[in-house]
Structure formats: C-alpha cells, structure tokens
Design a protein around this ligand. Structure first.
Ligand SMILES: Nc1ncnc2c1ncn2[C@@H]1O[C@H](COP(=O)(O)OP(=O)(O)OP(=O)(O)O)[C@@H](O)[C@H]1O
Ligand SMILES: [Mg+2]
Length: 339
C-alpha cells in the first residue's frame, strides 16, 4: 500500500507563491528574508493560521452535481489541499463508488484500509480517517457503497401492505440509517475546521445522506452540454434534505461554480439563462487550467506542480477564498502577519 502525500517532505513555498497567497487574501507580508523565503507546509499553515478567523466547529462543504465530469472531484481535492495549506484542519470524505479521490491518495489498498462503510458497522469517523498530511485526513470510499441504498430503502416489498409503512413512504419519511453519516459527522465537528465531501454523479440516497450533514453545497457546472439541466433536480433535493434534517435551507447555502467553459459559443446564452440564479454564482469563472489537469492526473495538487502558472495559482486561491467566505461569512482576521 502506498499513500500519495499531496505536499510531502520536500514541499516548499517560495517568495513568489507566498506573495500570491497573501495578496489574494488581502494580507501584507512583512518578511525581511526577501527572495530567500522557503516555507515548509507546517510554516505555511502556522503563518496563515494567525490571520484567519477561528471557528468553534467544522463546516461541512459538499461538492455535488448529478451530471458527471463537471469538476466535483478535482475542485473538492483542490479546495481541501489549498485550505490545508492555509492552516485549516480538513477532513475530506469520498462518497463515490468510482473511488477517484481514494485512488488519488492511496494505491494498492485491497482490504487493508477502513472505508466509509465501516460507519455502518458501528465505527466512527475518528477510527476510520486516514492521516494524509498534518491538517489533512481522508475517509476512503468503497466500491460496494451502493449497498447502502438497500439499507436506506423505506419500501421493502414485504412491508408495502402495512398501512403505516404506506403512509411513511408517501410522506417520504427517512430511515434512521440514512442519518448515520450526519450523526457521525456531528460527533467530530469540533476536531476540524472543514469537512469536505465529494459525491457521486447522481440523485440518490447515498448522496442524500451527505446532504443531511451539509452546511454548504458547491455545484460545479460546465456551461456547455447539459449541466444546467441537472440543477432543477439537485437544488430541491438538497433543500428538502435540509428540511428533513431539521435545519432549513437558507439562501446562500448553495453556490454554483462555473467551471471550464472552454470557449463555449453558447456562453452568453448560458449566462442569460442562469441570470436569475445570480446570487448563487461564485464570482470567479474557472477556466481550463492545464497544470491543474496535469497534476490531478498525477495525484498531486496544483501546489506541487512546477509548471503551474501564476494565473492558475491566483485562480485557485481566489476560488478557495470565495468558497471560504460563503461558508464562514468572513475569512481573514487581520491584514498583516509576520513571518
Ligand atoms: N478547470 C479545470 N481545469 C483543468 N482540468 C479540469 C478542470 N475542471 C475539470 N478538469 C478535469 O476534468 C476531469 C473531470 O473532472 P472531475 O473528475 O473532477 O469531475 P467529476 O464531476 O468529479 O466527475 P464524476 O461525476 O465522474 O465524479 C478531470 O480530469 C479534471 O482534471
Ligand atoms: Mg468525481
């Protein structure tokens, strides 16, 4: 078994990257070390943590869209690793049977590692989280995760004649088992700043079990193709799940990330279509980033790719800050931090 660390021992942040990071957060650096700045992951976390607002418990951010290939996993991974670099304590959860995120962190894990399924055998998140980096823990998915749908099913055929079950079903009552993930997440909220969930491309009860726990949902969409057509489905699903979980949806609990428009000819038409959802849009449109794609395919974050361009880093940090602002209201505490 091999764990791919997104940063690793040799990771260093130089003066240029540090300036880009600080500028994007409106921070001034007061280093006297000039071009000789070389920060390790731990230095970087310590440095930025000083200027971020503290939060008593973790917020849960879920990346979701029933349309496949829109950028859920790449942005969940990038947001998690970037937040980790900025000193946030992150728990990242893979809830997709495709295991894309699990394959990014771990190779050859056959039977050796705990997975999300163990939560349904009485384990808790502290038992099953895999430490990846200081400040970054990961919960592996499982190829068998779809069996949870049976566990969550409210309509076992042999029970359909029972009038009470019929009423429960028509009211869309949720079985207790579907709340296990939310309950286990609530147990560890004080251990983290962010709990980030990557979901599978569908509307199903496995994803819904994550929505019960979700404070903020990020929906990446591509303006070409049909990704907008999924929105009318996923939004009511999330709003209804939050209602059932007992803390109703508020405007601002969802944001839409326009990802990879690829010079789409219909971009203007798309922007008109989406105009009525303007409040939900993340202000940055994220273009195709060659280095992001390259490093993601090599199981590394954009931070650990030497080909990364300045504009790509700036885009990733601005996006991270936009999501943090949406999730926490405000991100930074002061404007100057000393190295
Ligand atoms: N802005 C971007 N810049 C570069 N590459 C991108 C960008 N957005 C997505 N990609 C690439 O597109 C591919 C699909 O992205 P990703 O796997 O994140 O989609 P997904 O929504 O998680 O898919 P699925 O629904 O199958 O889980 C990946 O190879 C990723 O690197
Ligand atoms: Mg994915």
């Amino acid at each position: 078994m091999k764990i791919y660390r997104p940063f690793g021992e040799d990771f260093r942040i130089g003066e240029i990257q540090l300036t880009i990071m600080a500028n994007a957060f409106g921070l001034r650096t007061s280093s006297t070390k000039g071009a000789n700045v070389e920060l390790t992951l731990a230095d970087c976390q310590k440095y930025f943590k000083k200027s971020m607002l503290k939060h008593k418990e973790a917020r849960v951010v879920t990346f979701a869209n029933n349309k496949g290939g829109v950028g859920k996993t790449v942005h969940a991974y990038t947001f998690a690793t970037t937040a980790c670099l900025f000193g946030y304590k992150v728990l990242l959860i893979d809830l997709d049977a495709q295991m894309n995120l699990s394959d990014i962190f771990i190779e050859d894990y056959e039977g050796e590692l705990p997975s999300i399924m163990d939560l349904y055998d009485g384990k808790n998140l502290r038992n099953i989280a895999i430490p990846i980096e200081p400040g970054l823990n990961f919960v592996k998915s499982n190829e068998e995760i779809d069996v949870l749908k049976e566990l969550f099913a409210t309509s076992a055929p042999e029970k359909t004649l029972n009038p009470l079950n019929f009423i429960r079903r028509s009211l869309g009552v949720v079985k207790d088992e579907e709340f296990i993930l939310k309950n286990k997440i609530d147990e560890v909220r004080e251990d983290f700043d962010l709990i980030i969930i990557d979901t599978n491309p569908s509307i199903d009860k496995v994803n819904r079990s994550a929505y019960f726990a979700t404070d903020h949902m990020v929906i990446p969409i591509n303006p070409h193709g049909f990704s907008l057509s999924g929105l009318p489905k996923i939004l009511p699903e999330f709003i209804s799940a939050r209602g059932k979980a007992g803390y109703p949806y508020k405007m601002g609990d969802v944001s839409i990330l326009i990802n990879n428009p690829m010079g789409s000819k219909s971009f203007d038409k798309f922007m008109n279509e989406i105009a009525e959802m303007k409040e939900l849009l993340i202000p940055e449109v994220i273009n195709f980033m060659p280095s992001l794609n390259e490093s993601f395919n090599e199981c590394l974050p954009i931070w650990s790719n030497e080909n990364t361009q300045r504009w790509e880093l700036e885009a990733v940090i601005r996006l991270t800050k936009s999501i943090l602002d949406k999730v926490f209201g405000r991100t930074e505490r002061g404007i100057e931090v000393e190295l």
